[in-house]
Design a binder for this molecule. Structure first.
Ligand code: C2E
Ligand code: CA
Ligand code: CA
Length: 817
C-alpha cells in the first residue's frame, strides 16, 4: 500500500513551487507592464530632445533658409547629426513659391535592416514598437513673422532610441526580479518555520507513534492555541478511541476463534450428519457422520461438491426442501425423509432437517431412519393385510376399492361366505379351520383375473372386486364357477392324519355404482344378497335386490337410534315379580329391559336386543342392566324387601363383555351378597361354545351367583345339559304354560320337566302364568315358583313396592278356591 514519496510530494516543495510559480507569473506581467511604460517614456523623451535640438538650431536654420545659404544649412545639418539620436536632417528653403532643398545630411547606417522613413500607422497589427515621427518645423522670416521661408526636418535614429530604451527596461526588470526574489524567500521562510516544520514534526512523530503502548503526540511548541494544536488534540482523542476499539475487536476475535474450535469439534464428532450448503445445494462443509451416512468420499476437497452428489432417489425434492426453507418467510426448519441408493443398490432412509443460517446458506442435520421407515412400511402393510391368507383385510379392501374405482367406471363386489364354517371350526379346532381357509383362499386366487382384487374381511368372509364386470351373466358365470371350485372336497391334516372335508360356499353380488356408492354401501348390499343365498339353503349365489334396501334402511335406522338411546337414557328396566306358588309370597323379580323411543314409542326387547347384539352394543347395555339391577336390589333390601333380582344375558355377552370379575365387582360395589343376583342364560349360551360357557358358569357359581336356564323346552331341551352344567334353576318357557290346559302333551312335558328338575336338585320357575287354572295345575305338579301376568305385569321400579305389598298381602291364590 505504501506509495513511494518523492521530495516534490512534500508540503514545502509544493508551497515553494506554488509561490515561485505565482511570483514568476506576477514578475512577467509586471515587467511587461513596466517595460511598456518605460518605452513610452523613452520615446516621449526622444521626441522632446529632437524638439529641443530644433530649438537650438532654429534661428541659424532660419537665416540659412532666408538667405538660401547652402553652406550654412549644411553646417546646421552636420551639427545636428552629431546627436546620436538624429539620423537624417533635411532643410528646405522657400524661393517665392518653389521649395528648394538647401541641405540634406544623413548618418551612415551602422546596422542593416533598420527601417527607413516613416512607417507609422501603416497598419493596426504592427508590433508594438513605437516609431518616432520625423520632426518638422516651419521656418519664418525674421522680418515678416508670417512669411514662411523654409522648413527643417529631423528624422530620429530608431536604433539608438531602441537601444536606450532596452537598457532602461533591463535595469528596471532586474530591480523587480531582485525584489520578487526577496519576497519569495521571506514567504518561504515564514511558511517553513510557522507551518511546514511543525506539521512535518507531527507527521514524523505520528509515523513512529506506538499508540497501543499508550504514547500520544506532543503539541509543537507555541502551537497550543493554533489549528495545529487542535489537530494534535483531535488526533490524540481519535487514537485513544481507536486503540480501545481495536482492543475490544481483538478480544472478540479471540473468543470467536475459541468458539469456532469448540464448534468444529462438535461438528466433526457429532453422531448426526451435518452439512452447510447454499441454495443451489453447493456444499460449503460437512462432517464425518454426513460423509459416512451418505457414502460420500472425504478424500476430495469440499469445494465444488454438491449435496446431490450421493445417490438420492429424488435429488430434486431435496433441492426443493433447501430452497423452500430459504424462501420461507419465517425462516423455519423444514424436514423430510429421503431415500438414498448406494452403489451396490443398498438403500438407506435419511431424515434431513434444514434450517437457514441467515447468510443465504442452510445447515442440515441428517439422521438414519431406515429402521423406522421399514417398521412403518411393514406396519402399514400389516395394517391392510390379512395375516392368514395374505389377502387384503377390511382396511386393505377400502384401498383396493379406491384403486379399482379409479381404473374402471363400474365393477362387481362379490361377498363369499362358507356355509357352516363355524361347525368345522368348533368340531375340529382353529388350526384345521385355518388350513381350510387357506385352501379356499388358494382356490379363490386361482380364479382371479388381472385387475381383480380380493380381501378376507371376517373369519370365512371373502370379498372379491371383479374389475370391469358389469353384465350379470358374466359375473354370475364366474361366481358360479368359483362356488363350484370351492365346493370340491379338501384334504386337510387333522392330528397327523389326512382327512376329507366337504364345505360349500354362498355368494352375494352387488354392482358399483348401482347398488352402492361406497364400500359400506356395497358391503351392505352384497351381504344382504349373501343372506338371501344362505337363507335359500346355501351353495348358491344371489344378486342384490334393491327392494331389500328398505328393510335394510329400517334396520339401520334402528341401529342408529339404539346407539343414541344408550347415551340419552331412553333405556330403562321394569321388574316382574317371581312368586313362591305354595305360599303366594314374592321371592324375587326378573329385570326386563325397555326402550321408550321418542318417535316410535315402546320398542319391544325382542326387536332391539338382537340389533344390539349384532352391532356390538349388547356388552355396554348388559353392564348397564346389571348395574341398574344391583342398584335396585340394594335399594329394596335397604327398605326391607328381601328379594333377589334376575338378569337376562345374551350369548354375545359371554364371556368377555360380562366377565365374572366385573359381576363380583358390581355386587361388592352395592354391598350385595352373591345370592341377591341371578343370571338367566338360554341353551344357546351353553351350545355356542361349551368350554367357554362352562368355565364362565363355574366361575360365577363359585362366587355364589345363581344361574338360571331360561326358556327351557324351546331349544334342544337336552337333559344332558342340565346334568353337565351346574345350574340352579330351570325356567319353563311360557309357550308350554300357555298351552298346558288345552294340550295334554304340553302338560305332560311340563310335568316331566318339574319331576326331572326335582330329581336333579334344580328349582323350577314356570313363566307366563296368566290364569288361575294354569296356576292350579302347576301347584298340583309341585312346581315351586312362577311368574306371569296373573301375579303382575313387569312394572317400573317406583311401582314395584306397591305391587309387592299387594302380592304379599293377598291370601294365597287358589287356597280359598
Ligand atoms: P324372557 O326372558 O323369556 O322374558 C319373559 C318375557 O315374557 C317378557 O317379555 C315378559 O314381559 C313376558 N311375560 C311375562 N309374563 C307373561 C305372561 O303372563 N304372559 C305373556 N304372554 N308374557 C309374559 P319381554 O319383556 O318382552 O322380553 C322379551 C325377551 O327379551 C325376554 O324373554 C328376554 O329374552 C329378552 N330380554 C328382556 N330384557 C333383557 C335384558 O335385559 N337382557 C337380555 N339379554 N335380554 C333381555
Ligand atoms: Ca328371562
Ligand atoms: Ca323366558
Amino acid at each position: 500500500m505504501s506509495r513511494q514519496t518523492h521530495w516534490w510530494h512534500g508540503i514545502l516543495a509544493r508551497s515553494l513551487m506554488a509561490v515561485v510559480g505565482i511570483a514568476l507569473l506576477m514578475g512577467g506581467a509586471s515587467s511587461m507592464w513596466v517595460s511598456r511604460v518605460v518605452e513610452d517614456r523613452a520615446y516621449q523623451q526622444a521626441s522632446l530632445k529632437l524638439d529641443e535640438l530644433l530649438d537650438t538650431v532654429e534661428s541659424t536654420a532660419t537665416v540659412a533658409a532666408f538667405v538660401g545659404d547652402e553652406q550654412l544649412a549644411n553646417e546646421v545639418a552636420q551639427g545636428l547629426l552629431r546627436n546620436s539620436e538624429v539620423l537624417r536632417v533635411t532643410i528646405h528653403g522657400q524661393d517665392r513659391t518653389k521649395a528648394r532643398t538647401l541641405a540634406r545630411a544623413e548618418r551612415v547606417q551602422q546596422k542593416i535592416g533598420v527601417t527607413e522613413g516613416n512607417p507609422r500607422g501603416t497598419d493596426g497589427t504592427a508590433p508594438r514598437k513605437i516609431i518616432l515621427p520625423s520632426v518638422k518645423r516651419q521656418l519664418y522670416s525674421p522680418f515678416t513673422p508670417h512669411e514662411a521661408v523654409g522648413e527643417i526636418w529631423l528624422d530620429a535614429d530608431q536604433d539608438v532610441i531602441d537601444a536606450h530604451m532596452a537598457g532602461a527596461a533591463r535595469f528596471i526588470s532586474l530591480l523587480l526580479a531582485g525584489q520578487l526574489a526577496l519576497v519569495i524567500a521571506a514567504a518561504a521562510a515564514a511558511m517553513l518555520f510557522l507551518v511546514v516544520r511543525p506539521i512535518k514534526a507531527i507527521s514524523d512523530r505520528l509515523h513512529q507513534l506506538n499508540a497501543s503502548g499508550g504514547e500520544r503526540l506532543a503539541v509543537p511548541e507555541s502551537h497550543e492555541r493554533t489549528e495545529l494544536g487542535r489537530l494534535v488534540g483531535d488526533i490524540n482523542n481519535l487514537t485513544a478511541r481507536l486503540v480501545a476499539t481495536i482492543g475490544i475487536e481483538s478480544d472478540l476475535l479471540r473468543q470467536k476463534v475459541i468458539d469456532q474450535r469448540k464448534y468444529q469439534d462438535l461438528f466433526e464428532n457429532a453422531a448426526s450428519g451435518i452439512f452447510v450448503a447454499d441454495h443451489d445445494g453447493r456444499l460449503e462443509s460437512f462432517n464425518l457422520a454426513f460423509a459416512t451416512l451418505t457414502w460420500l468420499s472425504r478424500r476430495r476437497e469440499t469445494a465444488g461438491r454438491r449435496l446431490t452428489e450421493p445417490g438420492w432417489r429424488e435429488p430434486g425434492q431435496l433441492q426443493a426442501l433447501l430452497r423452500n426453507s430459504l424462501d420461507a418467510a419465517d425462516n423455519g426448519t423444514l424436514e423430510d425423509d429421503f431415500l438414498l441408493v448406494g452403489r451396490r443398490n443398498d438403500e438407506r432412509w435419511l431424515h434431513v432437517a434444514v434450517t437457514p443460517l441467515g447468510n443465504g446458506s442452510v445447515q442440515g442435520i441428517v439422521t438414519d431412519v431406515t429402521q423406522r421407515r421399514s417398521e412403518e412400511i411393514s406396519a402399514r402393510r400389516l395394517a391392510v393385510t390379512d395375516a392368514l391368507t395374505g389377502f387384503a383385510n377390511r382396511a386393505g379392501l377400502q384401498n383396493a376399492l379406491s384403486d379399482i374405482s379409479l381404473d374402471t367406471p363400474s365393477f362387481a363386489l362379490v361377498m363369499v361366505d362358507l356355509d357352516g364354517f363355524r361347525r368345522v371350526n368348533d368340531a375340529m379346532g382353529f388350526p384345521v379351520g385355518d388350513q381350510l381357509l387357506l385352501r379356499v383362499a388358494e382356490r379363490i386366487h386361482k380364479m382371479l383375473e388381472p385387475g381383480d382384487r380380493v380381501a378376507r374381511i371376517g373369519g370365512d368372509e371373502f370379498v372379491l372386486l371383479l374389475a370391469g364386470e358389469q353384465a350379470r351373466t358374466t359375473v354370475g358365470a364366474r361366481v358360479g364357477q368359483l362356488l363350484q371350485l370351492i365346493g370340491q372336497p379338501y384334504d386337510v391334516e387333522v392330528a397327523g392324519n389326512q382327512e376329507h372335508i366337504d364345505i360349500s360356499a354362498s355368494a352375494g353380488i352387488a354392482f358399483f355404482p348401482a347398488d352402492g356408492a361406497d364400500l359400506q354401501g356395497l358391503l351392505r348390499s352384497s351381504e344382504l344378497a349373501l343372506n338371501n343365498a344362505q337363507a335359500a339353503g346355501g351353495r348358491n349365489l344371489c344378486y342384490f335386490d334393491p327392494a331389500q334396501q328398505a328393510a335394510v334402511e329400517h334396520r339401520r335406522r334402528i341401529e342408529d337410534d339404539l346407539r343414541h338411546a344408550v347415551d340419552s337414557g331412553e333405556l330403562y328396566l321394569v321388574f316382574q315379580p317371581v312368586v313362591e306358588l305354595a305360599t303366594g309370597r314374592m321371592v324375587g323379580a326378573e329385570a326386563l329391559l325397555r326402550w321408550s323411543h321418542p318417535v316410535r314409542g315402546m320398542v319391544p326387547p325382542d326387536v332391539f336386543i338382537p340389533v344390539a347384539e349384532d352391532i356390538g352394543l349388547i356388552g355396554e347395555i348388559g353392564l348397564m342392566v346389571l348395574g341398574e339391577a344391583c342398584r335396585q336390589a340394594a335399594a329394596w333390601r335397604g327398605s326391607g324387601l328381601d328379594l333377589y333380582v334376575s338378569v337376562n344375558v345374551s350369548v354375545r355377552q359371554i364371556p368377555d363383555a360380562l366377565p365374572p370379575a366385573a359381576i363380583a365387582e358390581l355386587l361388592k360395589q352395592h354391598g350385595l351378597p352373591a345370592g341377591a343376583i341371578a343370571i338367566e342364560i338360554t341353551e344357546g349360551v351353553l351350545m355356542h361354545n361349551v368350554g367357554i360357557a362352562q368355565t364362565w358358569i363355574d366361575s360365577l357359581r363359585a362366587d355364589g351367583v345363581h344361574i338360571y336356564l331360561d326358556d327351557f323346552g324351546t331349544g334342544y331341551s337336552s337333559l344332558s345339559y342340565l346334568k353337565r352344567f351346574s345350574l340352579d334353576t330351570v325356567k319353563i318357557d311360557k309357550s308350554f304354560i300357555r298351552d298346558m290346559s288345552a294340550d295334554n302333551s304340553d302338560r305332560a312335558l311340563v310335568n316331566a320337566i318339574v319331576t326331572m328338575a326335582g330329581s336333579l336338585g334344580l328349582h323350577v320357575i314356570a313363566e307366563g302364568i296368566e290364569t288361575q287354572a294354569q296356576l292350579d295345575i302347576l301347584r298340583r305338579m309341585g312346581c315351586a315358583y312362577g311368574q306371569g301376568y296373573l301375579f303382575s305385569r313387569p312394572v317400573k321400579a317406583e311401582e314395584f313396592a306397591q305391587v309387592a305389598a299387594r302380592i304379599n298381602a293377598e291370601p294365597v291364590p287358589g287356597w280359598n278356591s
